[in-house]
Write a protein of this length. Structure first.
Length: 140
């Protein structure tokens, strides 16, 4: 089950049902099942506080993923800074919606076990993101 929360933001996410179906499809494509996934949309300041408090990192980021997976069941918290997603969309010349979907699936891919520490990891992650973003469009 995917739950959506909002912290320190006026952002409204209108595609909860469709997004949940998409994430379920991504999980099943990776031979996983969705457990409890919390998507927490927040501000830059809120995610900075989370980063400092739980990871001892003193910088802004677009997403922080906390992994509570057990076996093939995906569970975790995805903290997403709406502010950073807006900035990234402008920087990369894409729409806010497309960048937001990329960040959401990026978090789920971390729960599945993909990483982005090396150049090869980044290429694999980007390829998976692109694949699942394309799949999202075909689910409509």
């Amino acid at each position: 089950m995917v739950s959506y929360f909002f912290q320190d933001t006026d952002f409204i996410f209108k595609e909860k049902r469709f997004n949940s179906l998409w994430l379920k499809t991504v999980a099943e494509s990776e031979v996983r099942r969705l457990g409890n996934i919390s998507v927490i949309f927040c501000s830059d300041n809120y995610i900075l506080d989370v980063n400092r408090k739980y990871l001892q990192h003193d910088y802004f980021t677009d997403i922080i993923t906390f992994d509570y997976c057990e076996g093939d069941i995906l569970s975790g918290d995805l903290f997403i800074s709406v502010d950073s997603v807006k900035e990234n969309a402008a920087e990369y010349g894409t729409s806010f919606k497309d960048e937001l979907n990329r960040v959401i699936v990026h978090g789920l891919l971390h729960l599945i076990g993909y990483d982005d520490h090396t150049e090869d990891d980044v290429r694999t992650m980007r390829s998976k993101e692109d694949y699942y973003l394309d799949l999202r469009e075909h689910l409509r």
